[in-house]
Every structure is written in structure tokens, then in C-alpha cells.
Design a protein around this ligand. Sequence first.
Ligand code: SAM
Length: 259
Amino acid sequence: MPCLLQSLPTTFCFPYPKISQPPPTPNSSVTAGSVATKTATSHGKISKTFRRIQASTTSNTKFKRQEDDYHSTLEALNSKGRFPRKSLGQHYMLNASINEDLTMAANVKEGDVVLEIGPGTGSLTNALVNAGATVLAIEKDPYMAAIVRERFSGLDRVEVLEEDFIRSHIHSHMSTMLASKIPPDGNLHAKVVSNLPFNISTDVIKLLLPMGDIFSEVVLLLQDEAALRFVDSLSKSSEYRPINIFINFYSGGRDVHSP
Ligand SMILES: C[S@@+](CC[C@H](N)C(=O)[O-])C[C@H]1O[C@@H](n2cnc3c(N)ncnc32)[C@H](O)[C@@H]1O
């Protein structure tokens, strides 16, 4: 199962975006972040690649419904005077090009079924929908679930479940969704693309990595330090933890690339 773990770019915003801040220009580049890619090996395990990337400005316009993540995100946040909750890791993406990057990293295409953990205001959901995917979004915060449901109301390719992902019966949800939808290429695997709530990133990885029977790709946006901790474990330093053993168990080799 290929898996991409990407660090937090500087364009994230917490605790609350300044309204006066200008939207990112189409040519603005984003500070490179750490990326670990996992690729399937002949033994059914995964190999890890660690690299850094620049935000891309390429966009897929075929399914575009909303053009500006910056403004839709601010509108959604301002609409009912709600402040992001730190306890739920609510850091919202204000740069559409990062969402495009995540979508492209998972090679999301028309007919794909994608699981998104924590859609928040729906900015990444929008990029996934634009790429032609059917999205199952699981959001713990009832307020954000309502926002993203409203944003995509009328679009039958987005389903929002108001649940805690850690307690969710994800295997059963995805199996049901895949069974009801045979993609054009006949591939009955789903993909995961998510800008994760940081406080549950370890738990999410523990849940997802053994699910190679239903997921073909996992692309996660993580804090730089977290991504490094997860993949840079071959040295067996003091940072070496059970999660590293777990990741290595589901992984093969390791390559390192510069930007
Ligand atoms: C880092 S924000 C990302 C929001 C959005 N995807 C974006 O890129 O702007 C994480 C989101 O996950 C939600 N969340 C936090 N814990 C969760 C959990 N256990 N299960 C599902 N969603 C959760 C938060 O409410 C928040 O909307």
C-alpha cells in the first residue's frame, strides 16, 4: 500500500486566520516539507521514501465547483463565529495548491473512492471532488460536519459521517461504499487523503496500515517532526518507539531524496 506522510507547510493557520491576510497568489511557493512515501513491494509490504516537496500550482479543473479555498474557508469559519478547537487539531488549510498536491500525490482520478479523515471546512474535500472522486468524509466535530455537509449538499459524490475516526467502523464503512460503486477501472480499492488532526496521527496510522485489503494509497499531511519521527527510525536512536517498529513491519526499504 503506497503511503505518503507529508509535513505541515507554513501556510497552515492556527488558531484563527487573520481576515486581513491576503490570499496566496497563484505563483507563491510554499516552504518545502518532509515527505515519506511508501510503495508496495513484491512481498506485499511497503517501502518508504523520504523527500521534501514544493507546493505545486497545477490544478485539475474538470470537476471544479468552488475556486478559492482561502475565501471559502474563511467564509465557513466566519459564518457562525466559530473558533477552531485545539483539542480537535483544527488547523485549516488556506492554500489550495497544497490540497492539489495531496490529491495528485494519491493520483486521485475520476471514479476513485477516497476516505478523508477530518474534512473541516471541506477545502481538501473540494480538491478531491474536483479530481472526480467519491468522498467519504469522517468528521468528529458536529459543527464542522454540518458545514461540510452544507457545502457539498446536492452532490451525491460526498458523504459526511459525524463520527470519531478512531472509534469508527471504518473497514465496514469502506467495504459498503466500495461494494455499491464499481469504479471504471474495476479497482475495488479506496484511497485515503487527509490533512490529519495531529493529536490522532499515530492512532490513524496504526489503524490504516494493516488495511491494505481495502486501501491502495494513503496520503497524509503531518507535522514535520511527526513525519520525521515516523520514518527516520532506522538509526534506532532514543526516538525509536513502538510506532516505528509497527511502521517498519509494514514497510520495506528506504530512500532519501532532496527537494
Ligand atoms: C487539521 S484539521 C483539517 C481540516 C481540513 N481537512 C483542512 O485541511 O482544512 C483536522 C480536522 O479533523 C477533525 N477531527 C479531529 N479529531 C477527529 C477524529 N477523532 N475523527 C474525525 N475527525 C476529527 C477536526 O474537527 C478538524 O476538522
